[in-house]
Each structure stands twice: as C-alpha cells, then as structure tokens.
Design a protein around this ligand. Structure first.
Ligand code: 9WO
Length: 255
C-alpha cells in the first residue's frame, strides 16, 4: 500500500484528535492510509518552562516562535521519516500563511498522490523568518484573512486530502461528481420530500431518465458557474474540459 504521512508541528495537538476521528475521512486516518503524526512543539524546548517563543527584536507586540525548538522538532521528524518514508525523497515542509499560494482542488489532488509532508502550524505573531527561509518549501493559504494559528488550515488540507483516498467516498463516481473535480461549480441537490411549500423538485430528477438527468445536472453546473465564477468557465475551456454540447448550452445562455 502506498504510504502517505503527514507530520504536524503544533502547540495544540489536541485540536486535531476530534477531526481525525469523525466523519467520512476517519477511515483514511484510522487505517493509516493517511498517517498523521502530531508533534507537540513544547517537547522540543530546551528549558524547564518549555518555552518556544520570545519577544521580537525591534520591539512591537506579541511573541515570535523560536528557531531552535522548531529545528529540533523537524530533525526528529526527518529521522523518523528516513525509516518510514524511505525512497520518498525530501518531504514538503508546508507553512500556512495568508502570504502563501491559495489552495485549490488541483493542488489537493497532487498532494493526495504524493508522500505527504510536514505541516507547520504557526501561532503568536509568527515564526522567526530564518526558520522559514531555511526549511519551508511551500507556503499555502486558505484565503485573504487572518487566523490565530495554522491549525485550522492544516486540518482543512488533511480533510481535503483524506476524502480523496480510496474507499472514503461512497462510490468511485463521487469524486468525478465533485464540485471542482472538472473545474465547474456543483449542481443543486434535492431529496425528500418532493414538495416544500411551493417549491418542488425539478421534474427531470423524478423521471428516471439517467441521460436527461446527467445533461440537466451538467447544464445547471455550467449555468451556475457562468453566473457566479465566469473565470472558472474560461479555465475549463482552456483546459479542454468543455465539450461541444457544453459550448452550445453556454452560447444559448449568452443569448
Ligand atoms: C499572518 C499574516 C497576516 C498578514 C499577512 C501575512 C501574514 N502571515 C501570517 C502568519 O504567517 N501568521 C502565523 C500563522 C502566525 C500567526 C497565525 N498564523 C496564521 C495563519 N494566521 N492566519 C493564517 C492563515 C493561514 C492560511 N490561510 C489563511 C490564514
């Protein structure tokens, strides 16, 4: 079995447990398909107070995460990975920051096919720049907003990677039907009851005609994407993911 391993450096390992043991992704984590190891940074402090932060040179508010505990933690991780991830090469060292590259589904798919990596969760005002310069190979962002730490972005990435593992989703088709798997937004979904107030389920979905249903869903995806994210239509076209029927439908929408 292909082994994927993520080592997480964090001051709050207890934030991870509940997410790793719930929901459809639990299987991927509990089976070790996605092996997640949590490293408490304080365990790598060198004083009796388990100190991992200090005041910033130049003054200012808040504290900075120290280089040395981080380097000891990383050395411990690399020593373990030499054994468990032999032949996989140097792991990606990933730092979560709004200055990073925006995570998208294409990147998640790439990571889901690789050997995993080290997830570095910052706290306080941030990490001493010299650690980032020396060790970080990838900076990833969830978007243009600020959190109090990198743990939630790390969990978001782990969740996105875990749900792509074999056996996590109900059937093989679920991936292909994902919003974004083909670069388009998702179509709307309906379940029972057939009528809520004056809103009924679109008749085609009750028709049992699988061809018509597939076409209807595709057209709703195209329509919603054209309306809300026209940039994704352009990207899908560039990537050759729109067929002739898609183009005819989009032309009719325009008119
Ligand atoms: C914070 C920040 C704010 C503005 C511009 C750049 C910035 N970088 C960071 C940063 O790296 N902060 C560290 C991680 C330490 C404090 C908590 N951290 C953090 C990560 N806050 N927000 C994020 C984050 C990560 C990914 N996507 C969105 C937000």
């Amino acid at each position: 079995m292909r082994q994927m391993r993520f080592d997480v450096i964090t001051l709050f390992p207890e934030l991870f447990g509940p997410h790793l043991s719930q929901g459809v992704t639990r299987r991927a984590f509990e089976s070790g398909q996605v092996d997640v190891r949590l490293w408490q940074l304080r365990d790598f402090a060198d004083d009796n107070y388990r100190r991992v932060d200090d005041r910033p040179f130049g003054g200012g508010p808040g504290m900075v995460m120290l280089v040395e505990p981080l380097e000891r933690a990383l050395a411990g991780i690399k020593a373990e990975r030499v054994v468990s991830q032999a032949d996989q090469g140097e792991p990606a060292i990933i730092h979560f920051s709004p200055t990073g590259r925006r995570i998208d589904q294409a990147m998640v798919q790439q990571l889901a096919q690789g050997p995993g990596g080290v997830l570095l969760c910052g706290r306080y005002e941030g990490i001493d720049q010299r650690f980032l310069d020396r060790h970080v190979t990838l900076e990833l962002s969830l978007g243009d907003f600020v959190l109090s730490g990198g743990e939630l972005p790390a969990l978001a990435l782990l969740d996105a990677v875990a749900r792509l593992q074999e056996g996590v989703l109900h059937d093989a088709q679920s991936h292909q039907q994902d919003s974004f798997s083909d670069g388009l937004l998702d179509c709307p979904h309906y379940s029972r009851p057939e009528q809520i107030a004056d809103l009924s389920v679109p008749a085609v979905l009750m028709s049992g005609h699988h061809g018509k249903i597939a076409r209807w869903r595709r057209e709703r995806s195209l329509e919603i994407t054209a309306q809300k994210r026209p940039d994704l239509i352009d990207a899908a076209r560039q990537a050759g993911r729109l067929n002739a029927a898609d183009e005819r439908f989009l032309a009719r929408l325009q008119a």
